[in-house]
Design a protein around this ligand. Sequence first.
Ligand code: ZN
Ligand code: MN
Length: 140
Amino acid sequence: MATAKELLHMSHLKATKPRIKILEYLMAHHNHPTVDTIFTELAQDEQLNKATIYNTLNTLINVGIVIEIKNGDNSSHYDYFIKPHFHIICKNCGKISDVFYPDFDKIENKMRYEAEKQTGFIASSSHLEIYGLCQNCKNK
Ligand code: ZN
Ligand code: MN
């Protein structure tokens, strides 16, 4: 598996310290953190203020390494997204769970292709989510 540095180089991004730190954090944690969570976890590093974290995440989103997930609590959650997966989100408590499905990227590519064919758009990204009630909330 590629290191954070290698991924940045592959994406034609300069491997700056904030980018490496934040990408390494996201690669090691699958907790779908918010900017605040990342800030708290990496706070000992003085170079990382919230604006830097926010800007760095957007840079990583633009090259497709990271995705932004909204779970309905008005905050954005972030996720390392090299291994294709999708999310199921609890409509009650906002819990975000990973669903790994090998054909997922093929299906999403097909949907983008179909969207282009029917509308004449050029599709650049897509984002599919499933909503429901998590194990805790469904038992209440
Ligand atoms: Zn729930
Ligand atoms: Mn995820």
